[in-house]
Design a protein around this ligand. Structure first.
Ligand code: DON
Length: 306
């Protein structure tokens, strides 16, 4: 990794480490609250394979909503453009678990990254696969070249036992006819998908395909077309941070996706993918230090899609 990148990341990491660690760890999934909230990691992987990480970059965590990008990729491969009749491509301007806009839009979620949209994507995968839970995991393992990646049963069970809002969302969408399978089956798969665990290094490597026109960097194998990869990146830019997506585009200037486990992945097409992790969340449900770190890195590198 050339020293310009490593120096920028080292300096930004030190600067943000000194900040007061504001925010709160997510507790609505009780098992997520057991994390050490001082964890702070970053890892960058460039398309030429060069990589660099700092802090707790090798500690695995619950990637939560970041997995929604991978389930969308799999469903988009299967359905092609027909997928957009089930889920829209507009920012919601609301919290990730909001029910509000479903009534207005007759059960069509605004985008695939809010919970309602991700539930519809899970429903699509269940309809098209023999065993969505296993086949999604196989897809992510193959995409990452990491055969040991796995779900966390502890986290999935914990979310399932408290998932009242997601249950409400799924039933509400079903009432409009936009969920084909039994809500209980869709919810089980959704909770498993969100419980996937990775560290910053694994996340940054996994997401390089979206910085590389839909192709894996190791063997150039096509995961999705260049045009579909552009569209997923556009969705990450406009919808990846829920009601803070505008702010992320404004301050960081890259497509990205956050999760309530405190992880964020972002990518600079043609160049790199980067993952950061710090469990304390800001009021919008995005990692407080993670957002600041990415802002500092892109400000100092002066590289963004704009
Ligand atoms: O459905 C939920 O609430 C979680 N499994 C995922 C939410 C999430 O990660 C939102 N991210 N910022």
């Amino acid at each position: 990794m050339d020293s310009t990148y490593t120096n920028i990341i080292k300096n930004a990491y030190r600067e943000i480490s000194l900040l007061e660690n504001k925010g709160k760890v997510a507790t609505y999934i009780p098992e997520l609250a057991n994390v050490d909230d001082a964890m702070f990691g970053v890892h960058i992987t460039r398309l030429d394979g060069a990589e660099f990480g700092m802090g707790n970059n090798l500690e695995k965590f619950s990637i939560q909503s970041i997995a929604k990008v991978l389930s969308l990729t799999m469903a988009y491969k299967i359905m092609g453009e027909r997928i957009w009749s089930r889920v829209d491509v507009e920012p919601s301007g609301t919290k990730f678990d909001s029910l509000l806009l479903l009534e207005t839009y007759h059960g069509i979620p605004r985008n695939p990254f809010i919970n309602s949209g991700a539930l519809v994507v899970c429903d699509i995968l269940i309809s098209h696969l023999d065993n969505a839970r296993e086949e999604f995991l196989d897809f992510v393992r193959a995409l990452s070249d990491m055969p040991h990646l796995n779900y966390s049963d502890k986290i999935a069970d914990s979310e399932k036992a408290h998932g009242y809002r997601n249950t409400a969302l799924c039933n509400f969408i079903k009432s409009f006819g936009n969920i084909e399978n039994e809500p209980a089956e869709v919810l089980d798969f959704y909770f498993d998908m969100c419980s996937l665990e990775m560290n910053c290094q694994q996340l940054s490597k996994t997401f390089t395909f979206l910085a590389n026109g839909g192709h894996k960097i190791i063997d150039n194998k096509k995961i999705i077309s260049k045009s579909n990869s552009k569209r997923i990146n556009a969705l990450m830019l406009t919808c990846g941070f829920y009601d803070e997506s505008g702010e992320f585009a404004f301050k960081v200037g890259l497509p990205g996706k956050s999760g309530v486990g405190g992880g964020i992945v972002a990518l600079y097409p043609g160049n790199y993918a980067i993952a950061v992790w710090s469990p304390k969340l800001n009021p919008n449900g995005n990692s407080f230090k993670g957002m600041k770190l990415l802002e500092t890195i892109t400000t100092h590198s002066e590289l963004s899609i704009f």
